[in-house]
Design a protein around this ligand. Structure first.
Ligand code: HPA
Ligand code: ZN
Length: 345
């Protein structure tokens, strides 16, 4: 692939409309905002400077990251903080031509330290509404349960969410994976399904293929977050392809958390080749060193991907979303038109 092609491909990555389906809003907290909010709220951080923060963000596994992720989110206290955090992310990805986001939030990361659920969700929702007005970005909100906590705690969070149910599109499962299999949350996910929520779960990031099976068969999820280790199990791959599940892959996250040892080992291209609906996402962009287009560029370069493959990833991001079918068709046609223009040029 020559440099002219790579340039054209980078331009396509920048221009193509795309949805982000795997983004923890607390993971978009940039060090500068972390310091500003710490000052505003009188919270003491163990870092002296932005440089010290950057130096601390070296992780050898998921847990090492999670420890700093929960530490960083302690600066989020007021409703305005959650608004500012969310708005900063939306402004940033608007520049990456993201026009639909399905945002995760971790209410238990806040309620556990005394910040009321209502304050968290109202700040996030206010920013999502503002971004729809200002940028035309549509959104869905996904409430995640922390899997290192009990299922009882997840039920308590669901009860707190009661007044907001019509503004929450789905529920997810995140935090420390190994030792906390999906089946631990079978009852609360069954209840969420009865309530009409879309269901997603992190599975197969560090955990074994069996956790992906459990997410599909026991939790009956609609979409798989990460899912890297599904590739170790041929029957599982066949099941994912047959039933058309979307996987939300996060290349820079995988690299930073040592799920892969180089970007060239990202499973994105293999998944596409196997017929899996893979998507590219940023996960926790402030902690992992890149927003969504950085993730697209990283895999495109390392895996020598074609512009057509980039278009498939972008189309998958809408197809795997919880948008209404007519909107998905519209976005698909828009991507096809852009692709036709690029390849004709
Ligand atoms: N995995 C699990 N939990 C998380 C992640 C992740 O990548 N990011 C934020 N919480
Ligand atoms: Zn994640």
């Amino acid at each position: 692939m020559d440099s002219a092609y790579r340039e054209k491909r980078d331009a396509f990555i920048a221009a193509v409309p795309k949805a982000e389906l795997h983004l923890h809003i607390e993971g978009s907290l940039e060090p500068e905002m972390m310091f500003a909010l710490a000052e505003r709220n009188g919270v003491t951080l163990p870092y002296a400077s932005v440089e010290e923060v950057a130096a601390a963000y070296r992780f050898s596994n998921l847990q090492e990251f999670l420890d700093l992720y929960y530490l960083g989110m302690q600066v989020l206290v007021e409703e305005q903080d959650f608004h500012d955090l969310t708005m900063a992310y939306l402004e940033r990805v608007h520049r990456d031509n993201v026009d639909h986001v399905e945002v995760f939030f971790d209410p238990q990361g806040h309620t556990e330290r005394g910040v009321p659920f209502d304050r968290v969700i109202s700040g996030i929702l206010r920013a999502l509404a503002d971004a729809e007005d200002r940028f035309g970005i549509s959104s869905k909100l996904i409430m995640c349960f922390l899997r290192h906590l009990s299922e009882e705690a997840a039920f308590a969070t669901l009860a707190e969410a009661e007044p907001w149910l019509d503004r929450i599109a789905g529920v997810g499962l995140d935090s420390s994976e190994v030792g906390h299999p999906p089946e631990k949350f079978a009852r609360v996910f069954a209840k969420c399904r009865d309530l009409g929520f879309k269901l997603v779960a992190h599975a197969g990031e560090e955990g074994p293929p069996d956790y992906v099976w459990q997410a599909l068969d026991t939790l009956r999820i609609d979409r798989i977050d990460h899912g890297n280790r599904a590739l170790e199990d041929e029957a599982l791959v066949e099941r994912i392809v047959r039933d058309g599940y979307t996987l939300t892959v996060c290349p820079l996250s995988n690299l930073k958390l040592c799920v892969i040892d180089e970007i060239a080992a990202s499973p994105v291209k293999t998944m596409l080749e196997r017929g899996i609906k893979a998507t590219v996402n940023s996960d926790d962009p402030s902690y992992f060193g890149g927003y969504i287009n950085d993730n697209y560029r990283a895999v495109a370069n390392a895996l020598d991907m074609t512009i057509e493959e980039i278009a498939i990833l972008a189309a998958n991001s809408y197809e795997g979303s919880f948008l209404e079918p007519s909107k998905i068709l519209e976005k698909r046609a828009e991507i096809d038109r852009l692709l036709a223009m690029q390849t004709a040029a």
